[in-house]
Design a protein around this ligand. Sequence first.
Ligand code: 3HC
Ligand code: NAI
Length: 697
Amino acid sequence: MSGPVTYSRDGNIAVITIDNPPVNALGKAVRDGIVAAIASFEADADAEAAVIVGAGRTFPAGADISEFGKPPMAPSLTSVCNGIENAAKPVIASIHGTSLGGGLEVALGAHWRIAQKTAKVGLPEVHLGIIPGAGGTQRTPRLIGAEAAVEMITTGRHVGAAEALKLGLVDAIDDSGDVVAAGIAFAQKLLADGKGVRRTSDMEVSVSDPAFFDKARSAAAAKSKGQMNLVQCVNAIECAKLPIAEGLVKEREIFTLCHDDPQRAALVHAFFSERAVAKVPEAKATPRPLNLIGIIGGGTMGAGITAAAINAGISVVMVEMNPEAVARGEANVRRNYASSVTKGRMTQDQLDAMLTAKLTLSDSYDALADCDLIIEAVFETMEVKKEVFAKIDAIAKPGAILASNTSYLDIDAIAACTKRPEDVLGLHFFSPAHIMRLLEIVVGAKTAPEVVATGFQLARMMKKIGVRAGVCDGFIGNRILGKYMTVANYMVEDGASPYLIDEAVREFGYPIGPFQMGDLAGLDIGFLNRRGKEGTRNPNLRYGAGFLDTMYGNGWLGQKTDIGFYDYAGGARSGPPNPGIMPMIEAARETLGITPRAFTKAEIIRRYIAAMTNEAAKVVGEGIALRPLDVDMASLFGYGYPRWRGGPMQHADEVGLASILADIREFEKEDEHFWAPAPLLVKLVEEGKKFGDLNNA
Ligand code: 3HC
Ligand code: NAI
């Protein structure tokens, strides 16, 4: 038998091996192969039981996700799993690696399951916008009960072998590392014990609470924040109360409903983009070592980056200006671990021991001499950055990489004050840096490929998503953010309340709205940024931030002063609107001579999306982002863009580029400077193309 599935026999036990690297995904050829192998097993009079294994690193990790969105090809995975279960002789799945999604469904089709101790199983379909669609929603509750099945399927979490055994998902655990031998031994024992075929479909679902499914549906709806398949997972699991044949039909209906929804396409786009984003021209270069990192500045960012490095197992030297600042820096690092200690994830002694082993503190730049990488996180002014880079250039060892965490400043100008611009890049972390997953890797005109590759290596070590960005004001994320924040400000001046805008943006799927975000970050940041650009601002551009300047003057800086757009009395993390805001905005409108008009939430989102798409198209068109998918990943991992919409470029494709361009042209009539259409957007519309076409180019 050729192809990705082979049938062989070891004495009286058949071995069916699935070999489709890298993860043994269950594409058409594999499904065909399993059907043929089961037929061979049934016909093989000398085979008393069969063991299914995955070759290489894993039991199948799921259906072949790249087949989604294409016309279905027989045999369906459901029929493959049914075929396994209907075999007249016992079939055993011997699991290692990650048996996920369709991979677990194949195992659930088998009559018995044995897992390696290190194996993980799960039904992560929820993260792809679908539901388990090959019996997973019907067999899992039969095996482990409805409550556990709902938890497992709606979270999509990976379950370790020991827990899977406890739950009843697997029947035995083996620690030998040899899945074939373990499967055969299990099969022999089964036969010796006189056990045989045991079909999960014959079992009944247990539910202790009659109202369980209604409660689970409400919980899923509350958690979903617009992602529709969570509730559908519960609906499908409820159908396991029906006879299996009927339940499987219902499961297929719900699967198809989810599969055909744009949310599925968006989530699959996010899955593949999360991996593609690291595929950059410099990826082939060899990264430099990353054993010791120097961090200059122990403020918000320096302390967060320090924690991120230590969590990745990398030793850190943190340098501050003087002994008092060093002590503050250390306290900031410790604060990042405070909740880990109070929640019992580590003891105070463990924290102290970890910091003693991994963190060196100093007020002297000389302490940076042995560092492989030095990340500067000092105040955001070019003068200070230049001074710091000149100093570290003199101290850092040859080959050391010099990085800036600047949010906006010109990396090439910073590199130019060193004698090694090829070793300089931007590493733009997001706050809190030990939690936020985005890392913009800003490539200067002279940055060497292996320096870029080291940036991506650091992202991998820190379990972050590295996104390659070119040099411009704000790189990818902050540059686009600047535009949709500005359009939000314009709408406030023109008549929308900031609270309505926050609500509309939350309903779109963001965790918080732009004005809540301003309060969180601190309104002083935007104010200082505007003041810094005073002399260079385009005089044709509408200012739009007068009311924000008034807030700064009032000391309404957001959460840090307990009052901003919202009232955070007593240090609360959320609160009611600040009653002073609307009168202040009304006064600002009057001064500007603006007669306020009404905005609907739909118009708010149209303008927000138009501003975001237009600037993102400029960012891609200018080569600041390599591809639209890089913008999407920056937005998802750094700015709270709803994953189930895939990212702003994916969403723009979904809405239709022509319709977004038409909006922009309409808004352009009011303000030709702000709304100048991006040349790339115009070109794509003229050519009838989508942003997605550029991802595969
Ligand atoms: N289909 C197609 N390609 C897949 C795939 C799948 N199910 N799973 C992984 N791949 C690809 C990745 O895109 C990547 O390709 P690349 O090298 O070209 O970028 C390659 O396989 C290796 O994957 P990773 O880089 O992610 O490898 P890791 O070792 O880091 O992780 C993994 C392995 C945990 C298995 C991870 O790949 C993963 O989570 N995969 C998806 C699992 C999943 O969601 N399964 C459910 C699928 S839906 C389903 O089964 C529907 C069914 O109910 C009908
Ligand atoms: P911060 O004000 O909290 O910390 C800056 C620290 O640098 C202070 O502790 C200060 O003592 C120290 N410092 C200043 N000059 C120094 C010098 N010459 N040598 C050693 N230490 C020095 O500032 P924050 O927020 O940590 O920002 C740092 C950098 O990170 C800035 O470039 C900022 O734009 C950038 N950034 C900030 C983000 C944020 O959300 N706060 C997000 C992403 C980037």
